[in-house]
Design a protein. Structure first.
Length: 316
């Protein structure tokens, strides 16, 4: 009989409940369909009694962060407000477990916490796409990738949501074969299992129902030049079409001009940084390609209906 693998989940308050379910249920179902105790799991939180999830569900836990982990892997799981819960006991526990050689993984936004603790430097990592702008700004020594998960590093990471199920199914297949992983996926009625190389965010093509390579290339060029925006003529030149053709493509598929699309892309990144970082409004303006804070504030209000300073005071 295969040895039972033991996982411990560190639950950070306001953890993403969908990622929690997608992490634990594949393990339970693997035991069910195999008829063997292949996996066991337990939960820990800072107070050692309960953990609060993103949807208000309270989960009873088995231990606090002060207890040494005796398991095959420790998974850290957090949610949208992870920066508010990076306590000294949590960071100390993570460093303690790393020093003892405990294999560690991060789910959803938890890669941010590990990066803050200096544990992801020089590694590839995945985190939820909503935190990419913040992550790239704060942790330049981590190679952030848009994949659904990264399983070939010392610390494995998943971007959250159903990507957590993809990672768990990957781990099940690696240890017990693809047949069992497929049975587990079938039980979950999960027929779109993704490999680690799959990109987590929906592509421009899927969002807008088009397959024009010129438009896709233009959007990629824009997304790679946020701090130092490219003139539309240069975007068109690199794509290999005229500026007039570029205008027609954006009008046809996105119902706006390329300059408007580019501006909104930059302002969306600015909004993410306002809500998720402690950078000043001036620093965020510069990071998103605005040389004048007054101009930044004006166009920001024009798109979102509030000033950057007011936006910072809101949760959403």
């Amino acid at each position: 009989m295969p040895r039972t693998r033991s996982f411990v989940f560190y639950l950070v308050d306001e953890f993403a409940h969908i990622a929690f379910s997608c992490a634990v249920e594949p393990l339970r179902i693997a035991n069910l369909v195999s008829g063997q105790p292949l996996y066991e799991w337990s939960f820990a939180s800072e107070n050692g009694e309960t953990a609060l999830s993103s949807n208000g569900t309270v989960v009873r836990v088995h231990a606090g962060f002060d207890r040494r982990v005796k398991a095959d892997r420790l998974f850290l799981l957090s949610g949208s407000n992870m920066r508010n819960h990076m306590s000294r006991p949590l960071l100390s526990a993570l460093r303690r477990e790393r020093s003892h050689g405990t294999p560690i993984g991060a789910l959803c936004s938890a890669a941010y916490i590990l990066a803050y603790a200096g544990m992801l430097d020089g590694m590839r990592a995945a985190t939820h796409w909503a935190y990419h702008d913040l992550f790239v700004e704060e942790f330049p020594n981590v190679e952030l990738v848009p994949n659904v998960f990264v399983a070939d590093e010392k610390i494995i990471t998943a971007s959250g949501g159903t990507a957590t199920a993809d990672l768990m199914l990957h781990l099940i297949a690696a240890r017990h074969g693809s047949g069992l992983a497929e049975e587990v996926a079938d039980q979950m009625v999960y027929n779109t299992v993704r490999e680690s190389s799959a990109r987590q965010k929906v592509s421009v093509q899927a969002r807008h129902g088009m397959r024009n390579p010129h438009l896709t290339h233009a959007v990629q060029l824009m997304s790679q030049a946020i701090e130092d925006p490219m003139p539309m003529a240069e975007v068109a030149r690199q794509v290999g079409i005229s500026t007039r053709q570029l205008e027609r493509l954006f009008g046809r598929y996105l119902q706006c001009s390329p300059s408007r699309y580019y501006l909104e892309m930059r302002l969306q990144k600015a909004r993410n940084l306002l809500l998720q970082s402690e950078k000043s409004v001036t620093e965020i303006a510069v990071a998103t390609g605005f040389r004048s804070t007054a101009h930044f504030a004006r166009v920001y209000r024009g798109l979102f209906g509030v000033s950057p300073g007011t936006q910072r005071g809101r949760l959403t």
